[in-house]
Design a protein around this ligand. Structure first.
Ligand code: PLP
Length: 500
């Protein structure tokens, strides 16, 4: 939804509240542009923050933060008791803006199709490049054993034959597949042969491979709602008919799906730690899903993205380990257990599908870097992978406990916490009613603290507002000061809302 300000001077100012570009960044860029283009001239009095916030339908704190930033950059100045004014801009800067504007080519773009527009509006990229507390989904990059990784990488080039500079096998490197087969047997009770494993460029590529290889355009798939945005939107991008399934206390609500949707060719689920609500799927529900898949011949895509991290009992066995009929496609990732930039994941499939998946991998992207695969195999075979996971389980439990405690100490009036027994993030429900969690998140981001609003994970479900807070990447000493900052930002937002 695009919001415009009133009045001629600011009529070009519109803010897209559905965009994944933060509101403050949109406003800051537009005001800077107006000044550089000479449209907002020196000595122009800026609207009061309350006025501009009301015109744009955004929070006053966002406008205040933008003004402060532009004052710091020298584009505006604040005069006590009088208001905020545009500063004179160096003629060279002004000139570059004007010239740039004149030279800008306006290329006629044919009307965009609804599909193009909806892909462009995907929220999957929201703050994907951030790594600081409390960005969900980012592991403890500060604790990654860089030296051991460097050793594993440099050994590849020092000791490997020229074969490692070629394309390599399309399903992935045998050493790595064997190391993964051992890992999933130990950690998830999965008995598989390396022949069932396809190495992918992260879990995301495994989901695309599954869709392209096994599904037809317009097939119905059932997907958790709230759920992983990138899976949902990538399926829609491929023309697949995504139907939303709510989450109850036991996880994926299969009864609801059967009642409300046409049969699904596949269902996507995160049973070991529902993303993002955190529900661990009960054993009974796991068996119901498997039963349904056996009876109907549909596929279950099991996304086991952060199952290495659980803090109470032993994790329940993976769906794949309980499956007797070859209906489960198990997807694992090293983005959480090691680091996202590695871009390595894997798909474990029934043996009869392995050749098709391997061929699809070659057709779509040739292969995953053989050098990275070999480095990871070295790292795992040296015992460094298991050692890292053991250490991270301790560190994440400590960071989780500290986040829970400090939220309790500094923000118990603002949030109600969902119990968190696994994974790398928790859900903090916002107690105040009628607020937009996206706007709350905007205010939090403006203070340098990260988080994601729960609503961006929702498709058709409307849940209470909440923030998803990742604790794994939060350096221990920063947790308390960041929680204090977060609480201040939310209080500020609520006060602002009450006043306006
Ligand atoms: C639910 C879920 N599944 C899988 C992944 C992993 O994706 P990838 O391996 O492509 O980094 C993520 C990453 O954020 C996720 O949130």
């Amino acid at each position: 939804m695009v919001k415009k300000t009133g009045g001629a001077l600011f009529s070009t100012l519109n803010i897209n509240v559905s965009s994944d570009t933060p509101l403050y960044r949109q406003l800051e860029t537009k005001l800077r542009r107006l000044i550089l283009d000479g449209e907002l001239v020196a000595k122009t009095r800026m609207p009061a923050t309350r006025q501009l916030a009301a015109d744009l339908g955004i929070s006053r704190l966002t406008v205040k933060n933008v003004y402060e930033q532009l004052i710091a950059e020298g584009f505006l100045c604040a005069k006590q008791g009088s208001g905020t004014y545009v500063e004179p801009v160096q003629s060279s800067e002004l000139h570059s803006g004007v010239v740039a504007r004149k030279q800008r080519k306006v290329s006629p773009i044919a009307a965009l199709s609804p599909r193009t527009v909806s892909i462009g509006a995907s929220k999957a990229t929201t703050r994907l490049d951030r790594v600081r507390a409390f960005r969900p989904g980012i592991p403890a990059l500060d604790l990654f054993p860089r030296r051991a990784w460097l050793d594993a990488c440099s050994r590849v080039l020092r000791t490997s034959s020229d074969d490692f500079l070629g394309y390599g096998p399309s399903s992935g490197l045998e050493d790595l597949k064997q190391a993964i087969a051992e890992h999933v047997l130990d950690h998830r009770g999965i008995k598989c042969s390396s022949k069932q494993i396809i190495i992918t460029s992260g879990a995301q590529q495994a989901f695309s491979l599954i869709a392209i290889t096994l599904l037809e355009a317009e097939d119905v798939v059932w997907m958790e709602d709230p759920g992983h945005i990138a899976i949902r939107d990538s399926m829609r991008l491929l023309g697949i008919n995504v139907r939303s399934v709510p989450i109850d206390d036991e996880g994926f609500s299969i009864d609801d799906a059967i009642r409300h949707h046409p049969p699904g060719s596949a269902l996507f689920t995160t049973p070991s730690h529902q993303h993002p609500l955190g529900v661990v799927m009960s054993l009974q529900r796991r068996l119901s899903l498997l039963d349904y898949a056996s009876q109907t011949g549909s596929w279950i895509v099991e996304d086991d993205y952060d199952s290495e991290f659980h803090y109470t009992d032993r994790a329940l066995p993976a769906l794949q380990a309980l499956d007797n009929d070859g209906r489960v496609l198990y997807v694992g990732s090293f983005s959480k257990s090691l680091f996202p930039a590695l871009r390595l994941g894997y798909l474990i499939c029934p043996l009869g599908l392995a050749q098709s998946f391997a061929a699809a991998q070659t057709l779509l992207s040739q292969n995953v870097s053989l050098l990275q695969q070999k480095a990871l195999a070295n790292f795992m075979l040296d015992g460094n992978f298991n050692a890292h996971i053991r250490k991270m389980r301790v560190a994440y439990r400590r960071r989780r406990d500290k986040l829970i405690l400090t939220l309790e100490q500094h923000a118990s009036d603002l949030f109600e916490q969902e119990p968190c027994h696994a994974g790398m993030h928790l859900v903090a429900w916002i107690k105040a009613s009628g607020v937009s969690d996206s706007e709350v998140a905007e205010c939090v981001w403006a203070t340098g603290v990260d988080c994601l609003p729960l609503s961006i994970f929702c498709d058709t479900q409307r849940l209470r507002p909440g923030l998803i807070l990742g604790f794994a990447c939060a350096v221990d000493e920063k947790i308390e000061p960041y929680v204090i900052r977060l609480a201040e930002a939310v209080r500020h937002f609520l006060t602002d809302q009450a006043v306006s």
